[in-house]
Design a binder for this molecule. Sequence first.
Ligand code: ZN
Ligand code: ZN
Length: 142
Amino acid sequence: MSNNNFVKILKDKKLKITPQRIAILEELDKHGHSSVDDIFSLIKTRIPSVSLATIYKNILAMQNVDILKSVKTPTQKQKYEINKIPHIHLFCKVCDNLEDFEIDTINFQKYCELKSGYSDINDASILLIGICKNCQNNQKAV
Ligand SMILES: [Zn+2]
Ligand SMILES: [Zn+2]
């Protein structure tokens, strides 16, 4: 994604366009799932005066309007990512690898609406936990 897209994303959500916010979006676009600490150390090299509190406040502001989404795994700090194509997550319980898995959860959401009586289920935050291909191969080698 280019800088112009980030400006547009912020504008569309009526958030002020600041160098910190653009920098956070650029780093998240480059690195994917990152914790507040990860983002802080990346931004610090670009904007040395930035504080952890500022980074955190900006992340929350962008999360509140759905520009960012958070991902929680059993063993890691909360991670953030840009809310792009709908996806769920795969997490390896051996090596802690976290990756995106693009599937359409619409039918699952519809099924859950019917079963639960909830309406307007329009978001699914699902973490599937298993063993990644790499770790499967390593296990075979031992
Ligand atoms: Zn693994
Ligand atoms: Zn993701």
